[in-house]
Design a protein around this ligand. Structure first.
Ligand code: NAP
Ligand code: GDD
Length: 379
């Protein structure tokens, strides 16, 4: 009976501690240390912000010549006060294994998030060796550092895996069990990273999780990705700064979610008792054409489409002018035509669901870009 009571009281203390960690205020001694590779990217900024709100000490790695999201990095640095240096930026490059090893060795984080990558699928056809170097071997450098430093038990690792692994899809929707068939050097490099994370988990007990994330967007999305290219073009059209949006494959279908919703689940994966891989998606997909229609509708413009494939174009029904035109140079040598994710495992095990709908995402991005363009005009 005594033993039973002792176990019950230990469990009660454990549960109350877990609760305290979850609800910890933003002040006081940081709870945990996180190291984020790729902190200047869209996800890196949102994740750093999310972890700082959870009272983490956050170390972000950026390349010395990166100008990306510089104002966001400054904003995060601004959250430091003299007594509280909770956001620290380090220079690094995933191709340099000495650098990676030194960072992990000196910081000794509790959690490592690898978001760094040459993340442009189309560019990966132009720089395939570089892409495989960063996105594939770079991940091995992190895992090998964790192993060599004997930190398999103390460091948890998140790898930014991707729906691009499914490529030429074997089934719709895709789950964690769907076979992979990547369609670009980017996808192939990410497949290597995905499997090496699993291998280090099985061979050396590294706590490594692959988040197989489907497309996620935001106002911080780089302008070369299709959603941001569209919201910027529609905003410039509204202010008379851009007549035509030149675009590639209008028929491609993507399962688009909101980046802010997706960084939470990266953290959730590392809080579980066992390391596993999860598909993260909304379960709804749209064509690029639909995204364009909705973005222009947001500024009160209806589009009528003519012709098809590489000759397709869209006109503004009010003015009769061409405002969208397909250009073959934006097509890829091999395309991922349709992706659609089934995030049931994350819903059941992590209690995670996307909060933001497609229309809400579009509204967030349009509002932000309309504001950005109108400010540029004022200057
Ligand atoms: P992103 O905005 O392109 O950010 C990529 C980050 O990686 C940037 O901070 C970039 O730094 C850094 N980086 C590039 N090459 C590097 C190198 N050699 N060494 C160190 N850092 C390097 O990408 P994201 O949208 O935030 O995505 C984050 C991760 O998730 C990426 O790995 C991406 O492949 C993956 N992913 C993204 C999505 C999505 O829809 N967003 C979906 C699935 C998976 P610079 O500022 O120097 O360029
Ligand atoms: N970028 C771009 N530019 N894409 C275009 C264009 C264009 O002008 N026109 C049509 N597309 C089509 C592409 O052919 C693709 O089918 C789709 O729009 C989405 O392209 P991107 O926005 O470039 O994203 P992605 O799906 O190739 O890759 C992104 O999502 C992956 C997750 O599935 C990246 O963030 C990857 O890093 C990520 O892994």
């Amino acid at each position: 009976m005594k033993v039973f009571l002792y176990i019950v009281s230990c469990l009660a203390i454990l549960v109350s501690n877990l609760h305290a960690i979850e609800n910890a205020p933003e002040t006081g001694t940081p709870l945990k240390k996180a190291l984020i590779f790729g902190v200047t990217g869209q996800d890196g900024i949102y994740l750093a912000e999310f972890l700082l709100d959870k009272n983490y000490e956050v170390h972000g790695v950026k390349r010395s010549d990166s100008k990306k999201n510089a104002n966001c990095i400054d904003m995060l640095l601004g959250r430091n006060s003299d007594e509280k240096q909770r956001f620290v930026v380090h220079y690094g490059d995933l191709r340099d294994k000495v650098n990676t090893n030194n960072l992990i060795c000196t910081i000794m984080p509790d959690e490592v998030y690898n978001l760094a990558a040459q993340s442009h699928v189309k560019d990966s056809f132009d720089v395939p060796a570089y892409t495989i170097d960063v996105n594939g071997l770079g991940v091995l450098h992190i895992l090998e550092s964790i192993r060599m430093l004997n930190t398999e038990k103390s460091i948890r690792f998140y790898q930014a895996s991707t729906s691009e692994l499914f490529g030429k899809v074997h089934e719709i929707p895709q789950t964690e069990l769907t076979p992979f068939y990547p369609r670009s050097p980017y996808g192939v490099a990410k497949l290597c990273a995905h499997w090496i994370s699993i291998n280090y988990r099985e061979a050396y007990n590294v706590f490594s999780c692959n988040g197989i994330l489907f497309n996620h967007e935001s106002p911080l999305r780089d302008e070369t990705f299709v959603t941001r290219k569209i919201t910027l073009a529609a905003s410039r059209y509204k202010y008379g700064l851009q007549d035509i949006l030149y675009i590639g494959n209008l028929n491609a279908k993507r399962d688009w979610g909101y980046a802010k919703d997706y960084v939470e689940v990266m953290w959730l994966m590392l809080q579980q008792s066992t390391p596993e891989d999860y598909v993260i998606a909304t379960g709804i997909n749209h064509t690029v054409r639909e995204f364009i229609e909705q973005a222009y509708k947001y500024i009160g413009v209806d589009i009528k489409w003519y012709e098809s494939d590489q000759n397709e174009y869209g006109i503004d029904t009010k003015t009769g002018k061409v405002i969208v035109a397909v250009k073959p140079e934006f097509f890829r040598p091999t395309e991922v035509d349709v992706v659609l994710g089934n995030a049931e495992k994350a819903r059941n095990s992590l209690k995670w669901m996307p909060k933001t709908s497609f229309n809400e995402l579009l509204q967030i991005m349009m509002e932000s870009d309309l504001k950005k363009i109108s400010k540029e005009i004022e200057r």
